[in-house]
Design a protein around this ligand. Structure first.
Ligand SMILES: N#Cc1c(-c2ccc3ccn(Cc4cccnc4)c3c2)n[nH]c1N
Length: 239
């Protein structure tokens, strides 16, 4: 997978060099390049924003630099990802969809956002997806790019040493993950649930599933409707 990020704060994306994302890049699983939007300005002040038509507070990002940037970076197999408070919710399902694509271009805006014509023109030549991290407002889209790139990179084959990690984690199969424990067996007079030390893998799997169902029902009942619950799960909920 190739990822290009165009931002007026390229240094904000430095964490993408670290840890597993850095490993994925080192293994050639992920190609990533960050670009400074001001590269595509053509005035002495390297202007990227202007006042909004129709009035209102703040500034809007001008279309010309973005248009020139996308002219250079985009290919016929690109998908443009635009973080915005007005976007579709970014979920694990969306992460899986994006992880299957060959080339993502991220356009994290600042100010009050990017001139809509940039997205509309891009949509004439590539897929465009406007996504939101959640129902709160950030200063700009760079934080969202960090989150989205990490969520996608974890899903790329070869990045997580143990692919089983993806099977049991939260939001896989639509449920939150069960509580996790490690040594010591007792910590501050709190024991690890006995079943997890029983060695009975079938009972352990059933206990974890039950915990996941109960935790999801308690914290995220909205997820239950879409979860693939079986009769045992329903019995757990009705206990
Ligand atoms: N993804 C995502 C987001 C953003 C977000 C993403 C990009 C930009 C570009 C500018 N702003 C500030 C801004 C302020 C007010 C109105 N519109 C935009 C952004 C906020 N906020 N919250 C999310 N979940």
């Amino acid at each position: 997978m190739r990822v290009d990020v165009v931002s007026i704060f390229p240094e904000y994306l430095a964490p993408l060099e670290l840890s597993l994302i850095g490993k994925a890049r080192g293994l050639g699983i992920l190609e990533l390049q960050v670009h400074d939007l001001r590269t595509w300005t053509n005035d002495v002040h390297r202007t990227v924003d202007d006042t909004p038509y129709g009035g209102g507070p703040g500034m809007v990002m001008r279309p010309e630099p973005w248009g020139r940037a996308l002219d250079q970076v985009a290919t016929p197999e690109s998908t443009l990802i635009v973080p915005t408070p007005a976007g579709e919710p970014f979920t694990q399902r969306v992460a899986h969809e994006l992880a299957d694509l060959p080339h993502l271009i991220f356009a994290p805006g600042r100010y009050e956002g990017i001139d809509q014509r940039v997205l509309d023109h891009a949509a004439t030549r590539m897929n465009v997806r406007e996504v939101s991290l959640g129902d709160y407002v950030l200063f700009g889209g760079e934080v969202a790019v960090l989150v989205i790139v990490e969520a996608i990179t974890r899903l790329l084959p070869g990045v997580l040493g143990n692919a089983d990690s993806l099977v049991e984690e939260s939001h896989t199969g639509g449920l939150l993950e069960a509580p996790m424990y490690t040594k010591p067996a007792v910590w501050r007079e709190q024991p690890v649930p006995e079943i997890l030390r029983s060695g009975d893998h079938g009972r352990i799997a059933r206990w974890r599933r039950a915990q996941a169902v109960l935790r999801t029902a308690e914290r995220r009942p909205d997820l239950l409707a879409a979860a693939d619950l079986d009769k045992r799960d329903l019995d757990v909920l009705n206990e």
